[in-house]
Design a protein around this ligand. Structure first.
Ligand code: SAH
Length: 620
């Protein structure tokens, strides 16, 4: 039999020699070779005596794991080192994966020992006070090996469940937005004053500890060597130390020597009204365990059909599909299909066919559309009407567009922040110097130009203006102006000129578009040209809505409304009525029953205002 070597997978703790365990030290001593990331090998170099140092140039973790296994298989005693604990975003799992891939046998193959170390969640917490104490979790914000959607879903879940959270890999030179998005999610569940600790290089040279809040955390340096610990709703700060109470309700008395509850009384159900036993005693055991009798619902998931616009730019269509994936991850109890109004497939009719073919008895149709106009008021309902005739036994429930709302303004504020970044070079991040604003132009000399798609439906156009106003009220800019890239006026060019007329020294163009596409590209091109023609003006352009987590939120809400049968279209300012529908159908030669509007929309169809376009377009 071939002689087998040994693999010691060693977590050596945060970095100081004093925080390495005794077993880690002895295992290092027993090894003939050491494999690890350069920086880590440097940290433990004082402990190495005879060991060969392997592959310090190797940047790939997989390569290191393979090399370690290869050497162990040829009889060597190899130490694979990770900082912290090797089982926490470290080498342990990877080494096992390589072994399993090679058909490793636990009894006869190379011997493996995983030696535990102090992970960053523990070392950093010890420097911050006692922020963990209660239920906590670790989340790595690195999306190199984990899909960002999964990370978002975990941050959401941890935030909602009030876990103390330790964020590993919070930011690197290239991955800068993840921690910002994570904070945005947390802010929806936790108070802005929630304590946050940022520890850089715990127990190493240049150790740095900051205690701040969810509100202010981004004003501090966060880098590759930092761990960010976010407190739960009970965490407090005392003289710069974060402390999370051991229990939410005090069963113990801290100021008195004698406890009010005697030891044998402490475990009584009455002393723990929050416990499972107490819930069972009250008879709401089902509620306590989250078990309700919805077994029939669980057997047949409800089907939601998301309707996007569709684009000539395939990337834009993919973005709708990705949104659907995010929603599916968020709502695993649903079956979610996608379709497009035009320019991409499947069409709405095909989308409905897919749902019915998949066994849906009811299809909940939710438009992924910003503002209500012709598409959502007319085109989609028309296809639904036809589907009703085709599938008389099925039920069709129609939702409503996103429309102007506070979260849309939140998204715009985030897009402004990204478009007008604080300069944070890698160097300044590392030595902790304060960041400088990139621009000297003050807010009151800056105009924001919100750009919508534009429609010949004044209802939709006016919603963009409403958003501009809502945005302006939450900023200190000279003005927030509105313009449109297609159909309606003022055009993007006219909007830019308006900003000049107002005396703006800086213009931030904010496209209010869901996804990328022809219009987004046209906008970028026009803004680039304008900037070139006006070198004295600072011009920035914000990103489209895209993957912003609040978009997922807004749609999740529209889905919930639709499932509950609560979505109602805004008919008050709607210019389309039965008559218009007739013309439209007629125009397109559709053999649809005249004036049959879908669902709630028809209820208001009596308050007919002037039919026909009254959009800005017609004014010119
Ligand atoms: N196996 C390691 C984690 C590796 S992932 C452990 O258990 O600690 C790398 C991330 O760990 C870093 O981005 C940082 O978030 C965190 N980290 C590791 N060592 C740290 C230290 N000494 N101080 C602060 N954070 C640290």
């Amino acid at each position: 039999m071939k002689q087998q070597g040994k693999l010691s997978i060693i977590g050596f703790g945060p970095g100081s020699l004093e925080h390495i365990t005794g077993r880690a030290l002895s295992a290092l001593g027993e090894s003939e070779a050491v494999i690890g990331y350069n920086t880590y090998v440097e940290l433990i170099k004082p402990l190495l005596t005879h060991q060969e140092i392997v592959g310090t140039g190797m940047t790939e973790e997989v390569g290191r794991a393979q090399e370690a296994v290869r050497r162990a298989e040829s009889g060597q005693s190899v130490a694979v080192i990770s900082s912290g604990d090797a089982g926490v975003y470290g080498m342990a799992g990877l080494v096992y994966e390589v072994l399993i891939e090679r058909g490793w046998n636990r009894e006869e193959g190379v011997q493996v020992e995983v030696i535990p170390g102090i992970s960053a969640v523990q070392s950093c917490s010890s420097l911050l006070g006692a922020p963990i104490m209660h239920d906590a979790c670790t989340i790595s914000l690195s999306d190199h090996l984990t899909p960002w959607d999964s990370i978002v879903a975990r941050v959401e879940a941890a935030a909602a469940a009030d876990f103390v959270i330790a964020f590993y890999n919070p930011r690197s030179g290239r991955r800068t937005r993840q921690i910002e998005e994570a904070r945005n999610i947390l802010l929806r569940y936790r108070d802005p004053s929630t304590p946050v600790g940022i520890v850089k290089s715990a127990y190493r040279d240049r150790q740095q500890t900051i205690v701040t809040t969810l509100r202010d955390m981004l004003e501090h340096e966060i880098g590759m060597l930092s761990t960010v610990v976010v407190g739960n709703s009970a965490t407090t700060v005392y003289q710069g130390l974060m402390v999370t109470p051991r229990g939410y309700e005090r069963k113990y008395n801290l100021s008195k020597a004698i406890q009010t509850l005697k030891p044998h009384e402490r475990l009584r159900t009455t002393a723990e009204p929050w416990s499972l036993a107490a819930a069972a005693a009250r008879g709401d055991i089902l509620a306590a365990t989250g078990l309700t009798d919805n077994s029939s619902e669980r057997n047949s998931p409800r089907t939601v059909l998301l309707v996007g616009h569709g684009s000539r730019v395939e990337e834009g269509n993919d973005q709708l599909r990705e949104l659907a994936d995010r929603l599916a991850a968020r709502k695993p109890e649903l079956h979610i299909e996608t379709c497009f109004i035009e320019l991409a497939s499947p069409s709405i009719a095909e989308g409905i066919d897919n749902c019915i073919r998949g066994g849906a008895k009811a299809v909940y149709i939710v438009p992924v559309i910003l503002f209500a106009a012709g598409h959502s008021k007319l085109d989609i309902p028309m296809v639904i009407d036809r589907a009703k005739q085709k599938y008389p036994d099925a039920e069709f429930v129609y939702g409503r567009p996103i429309s102007a709302q506070k979260r849309a303004v939140d998204i715009l504020l985030d897009r402004i922040k990204e478009a007008v970044p604080a300069i944070g070079t890698e160097a300044s991040q590392l030595d902790g110097t304060t960041e400088v604003r990139s621009s000297e132009v003050r807010d009151r000399d800056t105009a924001v130009l919100l750009m919508g798609r534009g429609s010949n439906d004044s209802d939709a156009n006016s919603e963009l203006c409403k958003l501009s106003r809502l945005l302006w009220e939450r900023t200190s800019y000279l003005s927030v102006e509105s313009c449109f890239i297609a159909v309606a006026k003022p055009s993007l060019q006219e909007g830019l000129k308006r900003c000049l007329t107002l005396g703006a020294r800086k213009i931030i163009v904010l496209p209010f578009l869901l996804f990328t596409g022809v219009l987004m590209k046209q906008c970028e091109e026009e803004v680039r040209r304008f900037a070139a023609d006006h070198p004295q003006i600072e011009v920035e352009i914000g990103g489209y809505i895209g993957t912003h987590p609040l978009l997922t939120d807004m749609l999740a809400e529209r889905i919930d409304e639709t499932l509950a049968g609560q979505a109602s279209a805004n008919c008050d300012t709607c210019q389309y009525r039965q008559e218009a529908a007739y013309h439209h159908h007629h125009h397109h030669h559709h053999d649809v029953v005249e004036g049959e509007f879908h669902g709630r929309h028809e209820a208001a169809a009596t308050s007919v205002t002037s039919a026909g376009g009254t959009g800005d377009m017609q004014r010119r």
